[in-house]
Design a binder for this molecule. Sequence first.
Ligand SMILES: [Zn+2]
Length: 108
Amino acid sequence: MALPDAIDALERFLDRIEPFDPEPQRPVGTVELKVGRGLGTFELTEHAVKALHDALFNYVDPDDAGTCDNCGSQRVDRNMRCHDCDYVSGLFGLTLALHAAEVQARGD
Ligand SMILES: [Zn+2]
């Protein structure tokens, strides 16, 4: 799988927020992004720094299914099964646990 063009993405991001920047001509920092053979250097204003900060902190990985209800691990797969303790979290996990308890009570 080819790498996404992160340099182009950052350039487009900065272009998208630039119209809302109250001081677009006052850079306060620089970001240099090197991916493979590509290199992008971006001057960031205070507005751009805040927007980039918020974008990074609000990012949620598509594979992030939350934390395990049992051990707190973040290695929970899309089926809500924890790879550290094998516990199944969420409503499905609760349903499984209730069913297992019923089966055990019946002695099956
Ligand atoms: Zn766990």
